[in-house]
Design a protein around this ligand. Structure first.
Ligand SMILES: *[C@@H]1O[C@H](CO)[C@@H](O)[C@H](O)[C@H]1NC(C)=O
Ligand SMILES: *[C@@H]1O[C@H](CO)[C@@H](O)[C@H](O)[C@H]1NC(C)=O
Ligand SMILES: *[C@@H]1O[C@H](CO)[C@@H](O)[C@H](O)[C@H]1NC(C)=O
Ligand SMILES: *[C@@H]1O[C@H](CO)[C@@H](O)[C@H](O)[C@H]1NC(C)=O
Ligand SMILES: *[C@@H]1O[C@H](CO)[C@@H](O)[C@H](O)[C@H]1NC(C)=O
Length: 667
């Protein structure tokens, strides 16, 4: 029993002789540090030596004394600390590692005195104090070398050796400075060898291995300074300006090298308010900037897309036509984005949409003509400009145009009753037209063509007269539309495959040969139009079950030759029509369809016949229907036609000598 007691005592003595401990954080009640002043151990185990209280001091000591036997003064210690300045780079004093005979520092002073001494005790050999200061203020009174240094103090604030905070980087083989009050944790090693009498101080950033070279290595004989029983710990002081001082972990050994701290167990530092401020000051604007930049980019992308969507083609020469020009955006909005529901029809040249422009009280029809070639566009736009000036009550008013890449948009007045062919050939979807209205329409179209051919300042060829190009307004008045569009296609001809523009059945035979449209080729088409209206039939295709003719003109001609031309009249107006008017229309139709252009009446004559102001001549005895000639001269050269009605009205064939402008025949 006594033996055990003696042994236990011996162990204790041994333990007391050669104290060794390690704090990976200061939590727990075992060997709780003895603190005073404003020092406190935070719940996470962090030892806070000072907050931002100015002119404060604090101490934290290992609770038991350590014994330096006269013949065993060696020690090794290391700790991790961090100092946060209140204002960047301006800070209040520092942390000191101290070996002291007492833990009573009641009469010591803060600030430059570092909580170690007062004015009278500073420098006294009776102090028996060995300290390593981490000083962030340059105090000339105590011969500080700078405001960021590590110093070895013996009994006095005037360091026996000091160096600017730095460490030797083994990796880079060079000294690197450290900023003590940067808020970054750092580790310091203090080693004393009593044989060599060397006190080494080594500094490094936290988590770096201990550098091979120390910052300070001072020859010191501590035998007269270190007493038998001493206390080890830290002091911290702040001045006018203050730092927050923290110690994260500490290890002490008198029997060998201080054990390495377990970095994973060390408490974490509180987030620095100042850093938060920096974060707010920096991150927030950066974030804002990034967000703004992103928004800007999105806006730019939207703008680019928007631009692309409404992109138009404007060339310098178009300046003079700007008054007739609509923006694509307006047309896009007017037609609800060219919505299917607004589609009025698909013509030979493109789709037609209904629209409502804010600048015009009434509705418009917008025709989208796809047109890839730039060629001829200038002339065409010039003609549009001319056509805008065309003003006749039987012409669809052209309001203006818009041009995009590969596309031309023409804006016309909207005709609520659509095209005539819908009424003539429509399958019950439009009410049938009575004869008086039909006759009125015929006279209207004749009058419009007369205007184009003879009454305007220039000769304008329509080139595509047919029932589907005759539109009807609210009062069922005829309005001839689409004039001159054929012209656009003249310019885009590929020399290899030339086109004759127009609609099969309406193309005068000589145009097929010469490709030269004339007023009399318009008359030819008008003749076909007359038969269409009178007979209620299309120019080509099976006419009736009992009549085998494929060509309307042949059929009407046959009826005439048999002396019963009224047999050809539309059964839908049977009993409704005036016989003399019907006969006039059918006969005039045949005359206009004369294969020889010079034999056809002019539009002026046609109008006179229709008005009754001139008498229609008899159909000549040598009259031959066109189809025979047509077949003989054109189809004979192995050109095949699709059966009527073809979806697209253009045919192509044969060599081409020249192209003519609609407005070529200026007067
Ligand atoms: C803070 O001090 C360091 C070292 O003295 C210097 O490099 C740095 O520029 C200073 N920063 C400010 C903001 O003054
Ligand atoms: C300095 O401290 C000592 C005790 O450490 C005390 O006796 C003395 O009065 C103090 N002097 C001043 C000026 O505070
Ligand atoms: C590093 O600093 C120490 C003193 O602090 C000096 O002796 C040594 O030469 C320096 N080494 C280099 C590589 O600059
Ligand atoms: C102190 O440093 C010197 C060289 O700088 C070295 O020779 C000596 O062993 C070191 N002593 C301790 C106790 O680390
Ligand atoms: C002290 O040093 C001895 C010998 O190197 C070692 O065995 C022991 O673990 C160390 N203890 C501490 C707490 O550093």
């Amino acid at each position: 029993m006594i033996l055990i007691l003696v042994l236990a005592l011996a162990v204790q003595i041994f333990a007391q002789d050669e104290t060794q401990f390690i704090y990976n954080g200061f939590q727990g009640s075992l060997n709780k540090l003895q603190v005073d002043g404003i020092a406190t151990i935070l719940p996470n185990g962090l030892l806070r030596m000072s907050n931002h209280t100015p002119a404060s001091l604090s101490h934290a000591f290992y609770p038991h004394p350590v014994i330096f036997k006269p013949n065993h003064l060696s020690f090794s210690t290391t700790f991790v600390f961090a100092m946060f300045p209140q204002v960047q780079n301006i800070s209040g004093h520092g942390i000191v590692f101290v070996i002291s005979p007492t833990t009573n520092f009641q009469h010591t002073l803060p600030a430059a005195y570092l909580g170690l001494f007062n004015t009278s005790t500073n420098g006294r050999s009776s102090n028996h104090i060995v300290a390593v200061e981490l000083d962030t203020v340059k105090n000339p009174d105590v011969e500080d070398i700078d405001g960021n240094h590590v110093g070895i103090d013996v009994n006095s604030l005037i360091s026996v050796d000091a160096a600017s905070a730095a460490y030797y980087s083994d990796k880079e083989r060079s000294n690197k400075t450290l900023l003590l009050n940067s808020g970054k944790p750092m580790q310091i090693w203090i080693d004393y060898d009593e044989v060599e009498m060397l006190l080494n101080v080594t500094l490094a950033p936290f988590r770096d291995p201990k550098p091979s070279k120390c910052l300070l290595s001072k020859h010191l004989d501590l035998s007269a300074i270190l007493l038998h029983s001493m206390h080890v710990g830290f002091t911290s002081s702040t001045g006018l300006l203050s730092n927050r001082h923290y110690i994260l972990g500490w290890s002490w050994n008198q029997s060998g090298k201080a054990e390495d701290l377990d970095t994973s167990k060390l408490p974490s530092l509180p987030q620095d308010k100042h850093q938060k401020q920096i974060l707010n000051k920096l991150i927030f604007p950066v974030l804002l900037f990034v967000v703004l930049l992103l928004l800007l980019m999105i806006a730019a992308a939207v703008w680019v897309l928007w631009r692309k969507k409404y992109e138009e083609l404007v060339e310098p020469w178009e300046k003079e036509y700007t008054t007739h020009r609509y923006t694509f955006k307006d047309l896009h909005v007017a037609t609800k984005g060219f919505k299917k529901s607004e589609l009025l029809g698909i013509g030979g040249f493109g789709k037609v949409y209904k629209g409502k422009l804010p600048s015009i009280s009434h509705q418009v029809a917008v025709k989208r003509v796809s047109h890839d070639s730039k060629q001829g566009m200038k002339e065409f736009v010039a003609e549009i400009s001319c056509m805008r000036r065309l003003s006749h009550r039987n012409l669809v008013p052209l309001l203006g145009y818009c041009r995009r890449k590969g596309e031309l948009l023409l804006v016309y007045e909207y005709m609520p009753n659509r095209s005539l062919d819908k009424h003539l050939f429509g399958k019950d979807d439009e009410p049938n037209l009575c004869w008086s209205k039909r006759y009125n329409i015929i006279k209207g179209v004749a009058s419009a063509l007369l205007y184009l051919h003879e009454e305007w300042e220039q000769v304008v060829l329509h080139r595509d007269v047919k029932a589907s190009n005759v539109l009807l307004d609210a009062e069922m008045n005829a309005k001839l539309g689409d004039f001159g569009l054929a012209r656009l296609y003249d310019h885009t001809i590929d020399p290899q495959t030339t086109h004759v523009v127009g609609t099969i059945g309406y193309i005068a035979p000589e145009v097929s040969r010469t490709q030269k449209p004339t007023t009399s080729s318009d008359v030819y088409a008008f003749g076909m139009f007359l038969l269409e209206v009178g007979c209620g039939r299309r120019p080509m295709g099976k006419q009736t079950d009992d009549v085998a003719e494929d060509f309307l003109s042949d059929w009407v001609y046959d009826c005439w030759r048999r002396g019963e031309i009224l047999m050809a009249s539309d059964p839908a107006v049977e009993g409704d029509y005036q016989e003399n008017e019907m006969e006039l229309v059918l006969k005039l139709g045949l005359l206009c369809l004369h294969p020889k252009s010079e034999e056809r009446p002019t539009m002026r004559q046609a109008v006179q016949f229709l008005n009754g102001s001139a008498t229609l001549p008899e159909i000549p005895s040598d009259y031959e229907t066109v189809s025979g000639i047509f077949f003989g001269e054109v189809l004979g050269k192995s050109v095949s036609f699709p059966s009527y009605p073809p979806s697209s009205g253009t045919i192509s064939h044969g060599d081409m000598s020249s192209t003519n402008s609609v407005l070529q025949y200026g007067r």
